[in-house]
Each structure stands twice: as structure tokens, then as C-alpha cells.
Write a new protein. Structure first.
Length: 337
């Protein structure tokens, strides 16, 4: 996938303002994003950041006040009702609360959109069997939603969403109601669907663990504005915004600068396992005081970050920074409180 290719989804200058008694709320403020075919694109932010508003605008459940949303170059905000219906068929959604029909069996839940589309019964039944196999629920075809666990219900919802052969799957906090182990299995399923069916996946979440496990791209929303965007690797290695640093665990939820002048070192997936600091001490002849260290996994790669006390001697500081940068590490000065 190259950035030179036309994005499957382009969001340009998107703004959404809600009128409330006595004023207004700016939910989205000049959002610009490019999502390419085959991406697993995570959109993350804390509560009130504008994530759900963005995805509701993306599928036109809500209408923005300004900007453009282009699907393969076509602005959905300028489409006729018929054109919009056709475009919506290319998108499927899964939600936090599953939205299953409780009086219908699993098979009938999955078959429901096929019935609405007028697919012949034999063909629809074959498709349902195929979809239940994809989500690992072949043995639950005749069960009812009330008999299923939360993870199984979400798998049914995913199978139903895939019934119409969508090109894009929009997930609005799809794992927020699930326990951590079940969340991991659902995310693994979404990744498998992305890889085997070539479906673009857009994940709205407030959980960094979701981004770390499956996403290749990420956008961070903060107060309706786009704080950062890029590959997960780049945004983690070179986090610039306060929102990004909090979400990636580089800063706590309440920012607390270190007590000493420091250097923050961020290790990539390969160097996280290398004895960089011991080599630094040996090669440069400089003692290093480690203040904190952390290891995280991002999309099957291990990353680490470390806070070390900044050398007081200016020449020693230059040698340390140069040594670490030559080793391919990201180095940032952090000022004391």
C-alpha cells in the first residue's frame, strides 16, 4: 500500500457543530484524514473527543456542517439518495451493544440483511453457513442471542455485517463491552477478515490496547481536533501531542513532569531487546541514572521507552544524544517540574 494511491476514504476539512441551549458545541473542528484500502485505521481519543461523531458523519447517520467525505474520490455529502444508498452498501457497521434481533436465531440474524436484499433462500442459507464459519460459530446457528456470551454476540454481529460483501467495516467501540481476553479474540478476527477478505477496517476506540494490537494507522482526536495521525509506529516513536503521550502511556493521565532534567528514549521493535544503555556506558564512559522504563507491544512488535537523568556536563549530553541517535533511537529532552 502506497500513500501515492488515491485513498479509499478522504476526510477534508470536516466540521460538525451541535446547537445547545445558550450556545454550541464544536464536535469536529477541521478534520483531515486519508484512509487507504486495506488499512486497519484506528481513531482514538478520550470521551468527548469527537470519535463517534466522526464515524456517524462517515456513514451519513449525521451530517457535518462543513467539509468533504470522499469515497474513492466521490463526495458522499453531494450524493443523491440513491447514490448514497449504493455507497452505504459498501460500508458495514458493528456497534458496542451488538444490536441483534433477540427473537431470531443466530442464523436468522445473519440472514436478515440477505432477506432484505432479496437473495434467494438457498443462496442466502449457503452464505450464512459460510459467514458463521468465518466467525467460528458454525455450531451456534440455531441458538438465540440470549444463549450467547458477549464475544459470541459480537461475532454474530460481524457475520451479519459481512453478509452484504462490504468493502469497508466501521467499528464503533466494538470491543468496549467485552473483557480483555474476548477483546483480543475479536480484534484477531477483525485482523483476519482484513487480511483474507481485503476489507478496510476503521476502528473507533478509547482504548490504546486496541490500537496496539491490530491497527497499522492511527489518528488521535482531542477536543474535536486532530492531534496527531500517521502509522502506529511513527506516532508512538515520535509522539508530539499531549493527548498522544497520555494515550500511549508516555505521560500519565494527569501530566506529571519528572523531578529531574531527563532524556526520554523510545526504542523501536528491534532495539528494544538490545543492551543499548550498557553499551552507552561502556563506549562513552558516562554513568547513566535510569529513572523509569517501560515495554509495550504495538501490532505484534515490541517497543520500549526509558527515562534517564540528563548529564549535567554539556559535552557529555551531546555525546549521549549523538550515541543514541546513531543507534536509531528517538531521544527527547524532558524538563523537570
Amino acid at each position: 500500500m502506497t500513500d501515492q494511491q488515491q485513498p479509499q476514504i478522504q476526510i477534508r476539512g470536516l466540521c460538525k457543530v451541535y446547537q445547545i441551549p445558550g450556545g454550541e458545541v464544536v464536535a469536529l473542528n477541521n478534520i483531515n484524514l486519508n484512509i487507504h484500502k486495506g488499512d486497519i485505521y484506528g481513531i482514538i481519543g478520550m470521551s468527548g473527543a469527537g470519535k463517534s461523531t466522526l464515524i456517524r458523519c462517515l456513514n451519513r447517520l449525521d451530517t457535518p456542517n462543513d467539509g468533504q467525505i470522499l469515497i474513492d474520490g466521490q463526495n458522499i455529502l453531494a450524493m443523491t439518495k440513491q447514490e448514497l444508498r449504493q455507497t452505504r452498501r459498501r460500508m458495514a457497521m458493528i456497534f458496542q451493544q451488538f444490536n441483534l434481533l433477540m427473537q431470531k436465531t443466530v442464523a436468522k440474524n445473519v440472514r436478515y440483511p440477505l432477506e432484505i436484499a432479496g437473495v434467494p433462500k438457498k443462496e442466502a442459507n449457503e452464505r450464512v453457513t459460510e459467514l458463521l464459519k468465518i466467525v467460528g460459530l458454525e455450531d451456534k446457528a440455531n441458538a438465540y442471542p440470549a444463549q450467547l456470551s458477549g464475544g459470541q454476540k459480537q461475532r454474530v454481529a460481524i457475520a451479519r455485517a459481512l453478509a452484504g460483501d462490504p468493502e469497508m467495516l466501521l467499528c464503533d467501540e466494538a470491543t468496549s463491552a467485552l473483557d480483555p481476553m474476548t477483546t483480543q479474540s475479536i480484534l484477531a478476527l477483525l485482523k483476519e477478515i482484513n487480511e483474507t477478505l481485503g476489507i478496510t477496517v476503521v476502528i473507533i476506540t478509547h482504548e490504546m490496547a486496541v490500537i496496539r494490537q491490530v491497527c497499522n494507522k492511527v489518528a488521535i482526536l482531542d477536543g474535536g481536533k486532530l492531534a496527531e495521525q500517521g502509522t502506529v509506529d511513527d506516532v508512538f516513536m515520535h509522539t508530539k501531542s499531549i493527548a498522544g503521550k497520555r494515550l500511549f502511556g508516555i505521560l500519565p493521565q494527569e501530566e506529571a513532569p519528572p523531578q529531574k532534567e531527563s532524556l526520554r528514549i523510545v526504542f523501536d521493535g528491534e532495539s528494544a531487546s538490545q543492551p543499548i544503555i550498557s553499551r552507552l556506558v561502556k563506549d562513552c564512559g558516562i554513568d547513566v541514572n535510569i529513572l523509569s522504563a517501560d515495554i509495550k507491544q504495538l501490532n505484534e512488535k515490541v517497543y520500549g521507552q526509558m527515562l534517564i537523568e540528563r548529564p549535567e556536563d554539556p559535552q557529555a549530553l551531546i555525546r549521549v544524544k549523538d550515541y543514541l541517535k546513531e543507534a536509531g533511537l528517538s531521544v527527547e529532552e524532558v524538563h523537570a517540574q
